[in-house]
Design a protein around this ligand. Structure first.
Ligand SMILES: [Zn+2]
Length: 115
């Protein structure tokens, strides 16, 4: 049962690299295979109740299945910090409100600790 899923990937093409979709990391701005990057989406609008106004959570989307616009970043704290400093997430996601990176930062820290 297990082998049926993976057998389709052995294509034998002469240029397998061109098959991989390439995305640009919003942190370091380097192009990388989509499989090496983490997809990030903006969560639902939340009223924070403070003077800073409404906010959306940045949500990691490792399965790349969430609807809507996605941003791509290396699962690396450095790239996340860089993207945040540049407000690259807001630009990439066309999001006008403040984006809270806490959940994303936590996720990336976990992933980085595992490897
Ligand atoms: Zn990067």
């Amino acid at each position: 049962v297990r082998s049926r899923l993976t057998s389709g990937r052995q294509h034998g093409g002469d240029n397998p690299i061109s098959q991989v979709p390439v995305r640009t990391c919003v942190g370091c701005r380097r192009r990388a295979a989509a499989t090496d990057l983490l997809r990030v989406v903006a969560g639902p609008l939340q009223q924070s109740g403070t003077a800073s106004g409404p906010v959306r959570q940045l949500e990691p989307d490792p399965r790349r299945r969430k609807a809507g616009r996605g941003a791509w970043v290396h699962p690396d704290p450095g790239c996340v910090a860089l993207a945040e400093r540049r407000r690259a997430f807001g630009r990439a996601l066309r999001c006008q409100v403040r984006l809270d990176p806490a959940a994303l930062v936590r996720y990336v820290a976990t992933v980085t600790a595992e490897t």
